[in-house]
Design a protein around this ligand. Structure first.
Ligand SMILES: O=C(O)c1cc(=O)[nH]c(=O)n1[C@@H]1O[C@H](COP(=O)(O)O)[C@@H](O)[C@H]1O
Length: 240
C-alpha cells in the first residue's frame, strides 16, 4: 500500500457541506474519518456520500456503553459497509466480545465485508498525570495502554487505537496482524493543540503504526493541499 493510503484524515466539521468541500479540496485522500461532530450533524448520509465517491471510511463513534447497547450500535454501524469502527476498551470484556460478534452479524445481514473493530486504549489527549491524578488509575501509562490493547485482542477485536508513543510496544506484544491506528500525529512544523502524546508521521510509521490519523495539521492549515503534500513528501523515500 502506498504511504499516502495509510493516512486517515478526520472530517471534524459541523456539516455535510463542509465535509464535501474538504473531500473535494483533497482528492488524493483515500481514507476519511467520520467522527462524533459530523455524524451527529448528518447521520448516515455522509457515509453514503463518501462510499459513492469510493472512499474508505473510519466511523469513529467511540462506543462506550453496556454490552447490549454497544452490540446494537455496532450491528447497525457494520451494515453501512465502513472499514473501521471504534469502541472504548474500558467498556469491558463482555461489551467488546458482543461488539465483535455484532460487527460480523451486521455486515453479513447487509451483504458487505465486516468492518475492522478497533479498541480505544487511552485517548491521546491524556497524559500520565491525567491517568494518575484524575482517572486514579494506579499503573504506568504504557502498561495501561498495553493492557487495554490485550483486552481488545483477547475479546476478538481486530486492533487498537494508541498514540505513536506506545505503538512499538504494542506491535511487539500483539503481533503483526493486530491493526494499530495512531492519532496524536504532528509534523514538526505543526501545533500540538490538545494532543498530549504526539510524534511525527515518520516516527509513528517507523514505530510500527498501520495507519495515522492526521487532522488539524492538514485541515486547519492555511493551505490544506500544501500541508498534505508536505506530509507526503516528508514520508516519501524513507522506506516506511
Ligand atoms: O479514535 C480516534 O480517532 C482518536 C483517538 C484518540 O485517542 N485521539 C484522537 O485524537 N482521536 C481522533 O483523531 C483525530 C485527531 O485529530 P487532530 O488532533 O486534529 O490531528 C480526532 O478526530 C480525534 O477524534
Amino acid at each position: 500500500m502506498k504511504v499516502e493510503d495509510r493516512i486517515i484524515v478526520p472530517l471534524d466539521v459541523p456539516s455535510k457541506e463542509d465535509a464535501i468541500a474538504l473531500v473535494e479540496q483533497l482528492p488524493e485522500v483515500s481514507f476519511w474519518k467520520v467522527g462524533l461532530e459530523l455524524f451527529v450533524s448528518t447521520g448516515s448520509e455522509i457515509i453514503h456520500t463518501l462510499k459513492h465517491r469510493q472512499k474508505r471510511i473510519f466511523l469513529d463513534l467511540k462506543f462506550h456503553d453496556i454490552p447490549n447497547t454497544v452490540a446494537g450500535a455496532t450491528r447497525v454501524a457494520a451494515a453501512y459497509g465502513v472499514d473501521l469502527i471504534t469502541i472504548h476498551a474500558v467498556a469491558g470484556r463482555n461489551a467488546l466480545k458482543r461488539a465483535a460478534e455484532a460487527a460480523v452479524e451486521g455486515a453479513l445481514t447487509a451483504g458487505c465485508p465486516p468492518p475492522k473493530l478497533i479498541g480505544i486504549t487511552l485517548l491521546t489527549s491524556l497524559n500520565s498525570r491525567d491517568l494518575a491524578f484524575d482517572l486514579k488509575i494506579p499503573i504506568e501509562l504504557p502498561e495501561f495502554v498495553l493492557q487495554m490493547a490485550l483486552l481488545a485482542q483477547e475479546s476478538g477485536l481486530n486492533g487498537a487505537v494508541c498514540s505513536p508513543m506506545e505503538v512499538s510496544q504494542l506491535r511487539q506484544v500483539c503481533g503483526d496482524d493486530f491493526l494499530l491506528v495512531c492519532p496524536g500525529v504532528r509534523p514538526q512544523w505543526s501545533e500540538k493543540g490538545d494532543q498530549r502524546r504526539a510524534m511525527t508521521p515518520l516516527a509513528a510509521l517507523q514505530a510500527g503504526a498501520d495507519y495515522l490519523v492526521i487532522g488539524r495539521p492538514i485541515t486547519a492549515a492555511d493551505d490544506p493541499v500544501a500541508a498534505w503534500n508536505r506530509i507526503c513528501e516528508e514520508l516519501a523515500g524513507t522506506g516506511v
